[in-house]
Design a protein around this ligand. Structure first.
Ligand SMILES: [Fe+2]
Ligand SMILES: [Fe+2]
Ligand SMILES: [Fe+2]
Ligand SMILES: [Fe+2]
Length: 402
């Protein structure tokens, strides 16, 4: 399949927006502004097109480790104070570096995320000094520091001067002289600051971003999409293995139905990504011990909508998007969020939907213990009798996993 890295990055940035919606209640555009500033510095420093593309991706992903469960524990709906709190923890760099191992970078980007808070004089989290800090990490550090310490949604001349003085003041301590020079060169035009506004930031990145596509087998694309599922699964301790175990079961059923290899990989990718929309749902709801109230359940029902929003950006993912975002639909029309029914649900949508129920019931939840295969099957049977699930698929699941 011809895999477009730009479309993939847009999908990733949706997922990261969801994390922000959860943590802050709104999309802050923090990562996007960091990406834009990093891109402009990289252009100014004459990095290659491949390196520029990578620094944009990395900047977009630089705080991906922040969806970690433990970081949520201190969070409330809020403002930059909480962003500062996340950024002040070394762990988000380590976790973030780990999460993106399978991302399709074009150049060597080792340790860029891990070291994105290092100071040029060696006083950062890891004590790495000078040009031993990867250049892309230095670029992201500068962009990140500026973004965190200023209000870039609306900038006046005094604000611009303050940011520029701040950067100059920290030459040789936080930032290298080369970087300071590059920043001052790009930041003297009104255009730079206007591009950073909430309304324009998406376009500003898309306009300058180099375009890359790669011919890739679906097996490789499946590996790449693990970036998403790691971020999703890390969000709640109760769903840590949910996506990966669903993926295993989808593969087993695909083999059982003797489906072509490529279709099995698509099923696996869809399974891996089906709950990506949960990134937009608060952990307070996801991890709530006890039954959800009406309002909370109504919010939970949004997650497959967000799954669709994110995946539909990627050309070649049409089937995957369909199957993944239909996983809570029911044949009798009682599912969510689209209320699809009957023929609107193709075989693979039904398959993933049934397997999701089966897998979820076998896992522990805050409000109940794990169920046995037998108890799980009883529930599947009941749902099938009620017209929610596909009879044949239920029978086959019984056969295959007994
Ligand atoms: Fe950070
Ligand atoms: Fe950041
Ligand atoms: Fe779900
Ligand atoms: Fe699920």
């Amino acid at each position: 399949m011809l895999f477009n890295l730009n479309e993939f990055l847009i999908a990733v940035s949706y997922a990261l927006d969801f994390v922000e919606m959860d943590i802050f209640g709104v999309v802050t555009n923090h990562s996007k502004r960091v990406a834009y500033i990093s891109m402009r510095i990289a252009e100014e420093m004459e990095l290659s097109k491949q390196e520029i593309f990578d620094v944009i991706s990395l900047a977009m992903l630089h705080d991906n480790g922040a969806s970690e469960k433990n970081l949520h524990d201190n969070m409330f709906n809020g403002n930059k104070k909480h962003l500062h709190l996340i950024e002040s923890k070394k762990e988000h760099g380590i976790r973030g570096e780990e999460n993106i191992k399978s991302y399709p970078f074009l150049t060597d980007v080792k340790n860029v995320i891990k070291y994105h808070h290092e100071n040029y004089d060696g006083t950062g989290f890891f004590g790495i000094e000078g040009d031993r800090i990867p250049l892309m990490a230095q670029i992201i550090k500068l962009a990140d520091t500026i973004e965190l310490n200023s209000y870039l949604k609306e900038v006046y001349i005094e604000d611009k001067q303050r940011v520029q003085s701040f950067v100059k003041l920290h030459e040789n301590t936080m930032f290298s002289p080369k970087l300071v020079k590059a920043f001052l060169n790009i930041s003297y035009t009104p255009h730079f600051w206007l591009d950073l506004k909430d309304e324009f930031i998406d376009m500003s990145i898309r306009r300058n971003m180099p375009n890359f596509s790669m011919e890739m087998p679906l097996s490789k694309i499946h590996d790449i999409t693990k970036v998403f599922s790691k971020i999703v699964d890390a969000k709640s301790e109760f769903t840590q293995e949910h996506s990966s175990k669903l993926t295993d079961k989808a593969a087993i059923m695909g083999e059982f139905y003797k489906k072509p290899k490529d279709e099995i990989y698509k099923l696996m990718i869809a399974s891996n990504l089906h709950d990506i929309g949960k990134l937009a749902i608060s952990n307070i709801i996801l991890d709530k011990p006890g039954k959800l109230n009406e309002r909370e359940f109504d919010i939970i029902k949004q997650h497959p909508y967000y799954t669709r929003l994110c995946l539909q950006e990627i050309k070649g993912f049409e089937d995957i998007t369909e199957w993944a975002s239909n996983h809570h639909e029911k044949i009798n029309g009682t599912g969510y969020p689209f209320g699809k029914s009957g023929q609107e649900l193709d075989f693979n949508s039904r398959l993933i939907g049934s397997l999701d129920v089966y897998q979820a019931l076998m896992e522990e939840r805050p409000y109940r213990k794990t169920m046995t295969h037998k108890q799980t099957i009883e529930i599947l049977d009941e749902m099938t009798e009620n017209g929610m699930l596909d009879q044949k698929i239920t029978n086959d699941i019984k056969k295959v996993f007994k």
